[in-house]
Design a protein around this ligand. Structure first.
Ligand code: SF4
Length: 591
C-alpha cells in the first residue's frame, strides 16, 4: 500500500488517495519533484497558497535497507526560486512508510496568518489538524517537549517541526526531524523550506508508528540476502566503515585543510591556521572526555553511524555533531577555532530552525563587511541572537548570505542561485565548483559530491586543481545522487557504491525484491535522470537560464591561497552537464 496524504491548509481538510500508477517507481526526491512539478506553477509565490510542501520517504522507507531512511522534503524554494529538494535523517520517513504513505502533500494556506496547526498522523493512518496557536514562536526543542507532553507515554512517534525562523518566513530556514531519541536535531536545512512550512501555518507534524512492522517485501528472502551484501559493503569500506563512524562527518576538516580547499574567512584562503580546535579528531577527544556519545545512527537501520552528540563541560547535551559543514561554517569560515562556540551557534540554529551552512556562510559574509571581526565567537552568538531579539544586525541575517552581503556592501558573496556555498572551495576543488554551478539546487555539495574522486580517491581519482574530467565527474554523480535520494539512501552509501561493484548491484537487487518491479543499472540511472529532469524543467520555466549555472565571477579572477588557483572549468563544459535533459523529457512525455 503506497498512498498520498493530501492536507489542504485552506480548507483544513485531509484526504488519503492512492499513489498514481505513473509515480509507482518514485519515492523520496523523485516523488517530491514529480508532485511539485505537477502541482506548482513555476512562477508561483513560494510563500503563497499555490506552492505545495511535500514530505516523502524513499522507496526503501520503512524497510531494513541499510541507511535507507532519509526523508525528502520538496517545494518551490523561497531562497533559490527553483524546485528544491532537501533531505533529512531522523525517524519520520520510516514511520510514514510503515503507515503506508509515500508522500504527505501540504497545499493551500490558512486564511488566518496567525493560526498555527499541528498535523497528527496516527499509526492507523488517521490524520487530523489541530490548533496550536500557543506554540507561536517556540523553538524546535520546546515544541518537541510540548508534543511529548501531549502524547501517550507508551507511544512511539516521530516529529517534523518548524522553528520561529520558518514562521518568520526567513529564507535560511529549514525543517527539523526528530532522531531516534526524539531530539529535533536532524534537518532538511537548505533552501528555506521552513518558510514554506511557516507560510502554511504548519508548526508540527507528529507521526506515530506504534506497533507497526516494517513494510512488506515482494520477495523477503531475496531482499534480506541483498540487504546483507549491501550492509557488508557499507561496513567494510574505509570511509563508511571506519572514517565516518570514528570521527563523524568532521573527519573531513583536516583532510580539506591539507588539500588547501577548506574555505576560510569568507572564502579568502583554503587553509585555516587554527583548524585543530574544530577538527574531527579534537571533537572526538573532547566529546569522549566529557562523556558524550561519539557514534550512533540518526535513524534505525543505519549501519555507518556518523552521528554524535556534543555535550557541554558538565556533560549536558547541547546539539548533535556538530557536523563537518557546521564546524566549517561557524568555525573556519568565520575564523573561529572553538568547538563550544560552534556548538552554541549550532544549537541556536537548531532551535530557531536555521540552516547552519547558510547561516555560517552568512556570518562570514557579515564579518567580511568589517562589522564584526573574524574569530569573534561571542560577537557571532550575539549577532545570531539578534535575528529574534530586536538587536543588530537583526533579521537580515536570517535571509542568508546574499541578502546580508548586499545589505552590508560585501564584494565577495559565495552563492550560486542565491544559496550559500558549502565547505569546499571550487578554486581548489574544481569538480565541486561544477556541481555548485550547475546543480538545480543552487550551491549544494550533496548534489554531486566530487570530493570522492577529487580529494578522497574514492571511485577513481581526478586532480582537483585541473579542469580535465570535472564536468563528467559531476554529471555522473549528480545523476547517481538523485537516484540515491529517490531510494531514500543516505549519501554516505556513495563511498562503497563507487568502489565496490556489488554494492551498486545490491541496491537494484533490494529494489527488485522489495517492489516486485524489475530494477537494474539502466533503471537506476534512468530514475536519476528523470529526477533531475523534473527539477531542470521546472527551473527553466521559472526563468533560469545558462547564466544561472555559473559561479560568482570573482572566483574566476581572485586566486585562492595556498594553491593560488582560480576556477577554470569552461562555460561550455558547465553547459554540457545537463545535456541529457531534453531527451529524457521527451521520453517522459514532458515536453
Ligand atoms: S550515516 Fe550518518 S547521516 Fe547517514 S543515516 Fe547514518 S547517522 Fe544518518
Amino acid at each position: 500500500m503506497r498512498d498520498i496524504l493530501y492536507v489542504d491548509m485552506s480548507t483544513l481538510s485531509v484526504e488519503r488517495k492512492p499513489l498514481p500508477e505513473k509515480w509507482s517507481r518514485y519515492g523520496g526526491r523523485a516523488l517530491t519533484d514529480a508532485i511539485v512539478y505537477d502541482m506548482v506553477p513555476p512562477a508561483a509565490d513560494a510563500l503563497g497558497p499555490d506552492n505545495v510542501l511535500v514530505f516523502s520517504p524513499g522507496l526503501f522507507g520503512g524497510t531494513t535497507a541499510p541507511n535507507g531512511g532519509r526523508l525528502s522534503i520538496g517545494a518551490k524554494s523561497p531562497l533559490t526560486g527553483g524546485l528544491k529538494e532537501s533531505n533529512s535523517g531522523g525517524q519520520a520517513a520510516h514511520a510514514l512508510a510503515k503507515i503506508g504513505f509515500s508522500a504527505v502533500v501540504i497545499t493551500g494556506k490558512p486564511s488566518d496568518p496567525l493560526a498555527r496547526f499541528m498535523l497528527t498522523i496516527e499509526a492507523d493512518g488517521a490524520a487530523k489538524l489541530s490548533r496550536v496557536d500557543e506554540w507561536t514562536g517556540l523553538g524546535n526543542y520546546a515544541v518537541a517537549d510540548a508534543i511529548k507532553a501531549m502524547r501517550p507515554a507508551d507511544d512511539h512517534y516521530s516529529t517534523i517541526t518548524n522553528g520561529p525562523a520558518g514562521e518568520a518566513g526567513l529564507k535560511a530556514s529549514g525543517i527539523a526531524v526528530s532522531d531516534m531519541k526524539g531530539l529535533p536535531n536532524r534537518f532538511a536545512g537548505r533552501g528555506g523550506l521552513g518558510a514554506v512550512m511557516g507560510s502554511k501555518g504548519l508548526k508540527a507534524i507528529v507521526v506515530s508508528d506504534k506497533g507497526l512492522k516494517g513494510v512488506e517485501h515482494a520477495d523477503k528472502d531475496a531482499f534480506n540476502a541483498a540487504m546483507k551484501r549491501f550492509s557488508t559493503a557499507l561496513t567494510t569500506h574505509p570511509v563508511s566503515g571506519t572514517g565516518l563512524p570514528t570521527y563523524g562527518t568532521n573527519v573531513l576538516m583536516n583532510i580539506l585543510n591539507e588539500a588547501g580547499g577548506l574555505p576560510t574567512r569568507n572564502f579568502s584562503s583554503g587553509q585555516f591556521e587554527d583548524v585543530e580546535g574544530v577538527s574531527g579528531e579534537k571533537q572526538r577527544e573532547v566529546t569522549l572526555e566529557r562523556g558524550g556519545n561519539v557514534k550512533h545512527g540518526c535513524h534505525t537501520g543505519c549501519v555507518i553511524q556518523c552521528s554524535r552528540y556534543w555535550v557541554d563541560k558538565d556533560g549536558a547535551y547541547v546539539t548533535k555533531g556538530p557536523e563537518y559543514e557546521t564546524a566549517w561554517a561557524f568555525g573556519t569560515d568565520c575564523g573561529i577555532s572553538d568547538m563550544d562556540t560552534v556548538a552554541t551557534l549550532d544549537r541556536l540554529c537548531g532551535d530557531y530552525g536555521l540552516d547552519t551552512i547558510e547561516m555560517g556562510g552568512t556570518m562570514a559574509v557579515y564579518m567580511d563587511s568589517g562589522a564584526l571581526a573574524f574569530g569573534d565567537g561571542p560577537g557571532a552568538i550575539k549577532a545570531l541572537r539578534s535575528i529574534f531579539n530586536g538587536g543588530q544586525p537583526g533579521m537580515v541575517l536570517g535571509h542568508g548570505a546574499e541578502a546580508t552581503g548586499k545589505a552590508f556592501g560585501v564584494e565577495h558573496i559565495p552563492v550560486v542561485k542565491h544559496q550559500s556555498m558549502p565547505a569546499y572551495d571550487p578554486r581548489a576543488v574544481q569538480g565541486i565548483g561544477v556541481t555548485y554551478a550547475t546543480s538545480t539546487q543552487g550551491a549544494d555539495h550533496t548534489a554531486g559530491y566530487t570530493i570522492t574522486a577529487n580529494i578522497l580517491g574514492v571511485g577513481g581519482s581526478v586532480d582537483p586543481l585541473k579542469t580535465t574530467g570535472q564536468a563528467e565527474l559531476s554529471k555522473g554523480l549528480q545523476i547517481a545522487t538523485a537516484m540515491l535520494d529517490a531510494m531514500g539512501l543516505c549519501i554516505f552509501v556513495a563511498f562503497p557504491v563507487l568502489d565496490i561493484p556489488d554494492a551498486f548491484v545490491a541496491i537494484y537487487d533490494m529494489a527488485t525484491a522489495h517492489t516486485g518491479q524489475t530494477w537494474d543499472t539502466d533503471e537506476l540511472m534512468k530514475l536519476g535522470r528523470e529526477t533531475l529532469t523534473f527539477e531542470r524543467l521546472f527551473n527553466e520555466a521559472a526563468g533560469f537560464t545558462a547564466a544561472d549555472d555559473r559561479l560568482p565571477g570573482w572566483m574566476k579572477t581572485v586566486p585562492l591561497p595556498p594553491h593560488n588557483t582560480v576556477f577554470e572549468v569552461t562555460d561550455a563544459d558547465l553547459d554540457a552537464v545537463h545535456d541529457f535533459v531534453a531527451d529524457t523529457a521527451k521520453e517522459m512525455g514532458l515536453k
